[in-house]
Write a protein that binds this ligand. Structure first.
Ligand code: GTP
Length: 406
């Protein structure tokens, strides 16, 4: 069986070169005759220099959203993404169709890569509910890899480098998906220094010392404002560097120039490595979590059923207590039961018609019927929850079911 398509989600700070990188990998795949499926999730982008199969801007007018909801630029992007998230189910269905082998034309190559461009305001995508829904749903259908694009020339001082690494670490932590660090713009600055800093702690320390001695610590070219002798920052950076060692081990790192195309082959090798890693390590974890959630739901259901049966005094002893006129309430539910009896009595006194006393006895079976009733409730509860497991992760299915977007 052909391996499933892999989705590559490009995230990066504004100006890091995400869109240019997307354009480069898109044309690279076209030149290899493996045409990708391309999505643009940035509602605020002016123009996209490549053809997108799905573009958020086709269905959501970002400027209109800002106006209608009286929002600023970031709120507008967030709300646009939220509105778009309601369509994620249809998108996944479309992707599944496009990546499946074409039965009518078996010689046609199915799509092997799904490329996703995201807004430059990383937090709006990575830390929003809609971003999580999108990534989780995508990852439940396809191996999914995050490509974190870094502006290499702007990450060449120890402190900007470290800030970037911490940001990448937080994205990894939040998305829980395999990640490739793409050091972009290598035509301007080679990424070797970054690879060294990530693998050799002494080299990072030496660079730190050098910056401190030159009074350049804290910014590119010494413009950062922390002079030499800011010992606190130096030791903080040292400790963070040690702490990040474990994080570095889980990453693939490539240097790329989106301008010249240098390093793009290495990038796709890294994608393949991460795809395998996803299948091996991440997928079982995703499935374990989904199962855990289902089990939690089912035990919660049992608990609710127990409470329900108790409240209705179906169990033998509770039933007896309920009938005992002399016994005072010992629990809240018993007190509620008594209150309920009072209401029924009052209702009767007011002349309401509970014909033939059916009202009381319809839901209160004899001890022998307890099991049957319990079973019926169980069925009713499980019937209401019988959503297919894969739908569990799909918030969109829920949204569609509740017609939020209709
Ligand atoms: N020299 C060089 N410049 C690059 C490279 N990649 C991107 N750029 C330039 O960097 C600037 C930003 O690139 P974009 O692709 O628009 O960056 P972005 O991350 O999509 O930016 P937002 O849309 O604001 O999020 C542009 O001027 C690009 O021409 C590269 O590999 N080398």
């Amino acid at each position: 069986m052909a391996s499933p398509a892999v989705s590559v989600v490009c995230v990066g700070m504004a100006g890091s070169g995400k869109t240019t990188f997307m354009q480069r990998i898109n044309s690279h795949l076209h030149s290899k005759k493996t045409v990708p499926y391309v999505m643009n999730l940035d509602p605020a982008v002016h123009s996209v220099p490549f053809e997108s199969n799905i573009d958020i801007r086709d269905s959501i007018n970002y400027k209109e959203v800002m106006k209608q909801y009286n929002l600023g630029p970031n709120g507008g992007i967030l709300t646009s993404l939220n509105l778009f998230a309601t369509k994620v189910d249809q998108i996944i269905a479309l992707l599944e169709k496009r990546t499946a082998p074409n039965t009518e034309n078996p010689s046609a190559k199915p799509v092997e890569h799904i490329l996703v461009d995201t807004p430059g305001q990383i937090e709006v995508f990575v830390w929003s509910a809609s971003g999580s829904i999108f990534l989780e749903t995508l990852a439940s259908s396809f191996p999914t890899v995050i490509a974190y694009i870094i502006d290499t020339p702007r990450a060449s001082s120890t402190s900007t480098f470290m800030s970037n690494m911490l940001y990448a670490c937080s994205i990894l932590y939040k998305t829980k998906l395999p990640m490739i660090l793409v050091f972009n713009k290598t035509d301007v600055r080679d990424a070797e220094f970054a690879k060294e800093w990530m693998t050799d702690f002494d080299k990072f320390q030496a660079a730190l010392r050098e910056e401190e001695e030159a009074g350049a610590f804290g910014g590119e070219g010494g413009a950062g404002g922390f002079g030499a002798g800011s010992g606190y920052m130096g030791s903080l950076l040292n400790s963070m560097s040690l702490m990040l060692e474990e994080f570095y081990r889980h990453l693939s790192v490539v240097g790329v120039s989106s301008m010249t195309g240098d390093g793009v082959d290495e990038f796709f090798e890294a994608v393949e490595t991460k795809r395998q890693e996803f299948e091996r390590d991440y997928k079982p974890e995703l499935e374990r979590k989904r199962k855990e959630r289902e089990e939690q739901k089912s035990s919660q259901r049992e608990l609710e059923l127990g409470k329900l049966m108790k409240d209705m005094s179906v169990s033998g002893s509770a039933g007896k207590d309920r009938k005992g006129p002399e016994t005072g309430p010992e629990t809240v539910s018993e007190a509620e039961d008594e209150e309920e009896d009072e209401i029924i009595k009052r209702g009767l006194a007011d002349g309401e018609d509970f014909s033939d006393g059916d009202y009381e006895y319809d839901y209160r079976p004899s001890a022998g019927d307890d099991e049957g009733l319990s079973e019926r409730y169980k069925q009713a509860l499980s019937g209401s929850q019988s959503v297919p497991s894969e739908a569990d992760s799909s918030f969109a299915r829920y949204l569609r079911a509740s017609n939020v977007n209709q």
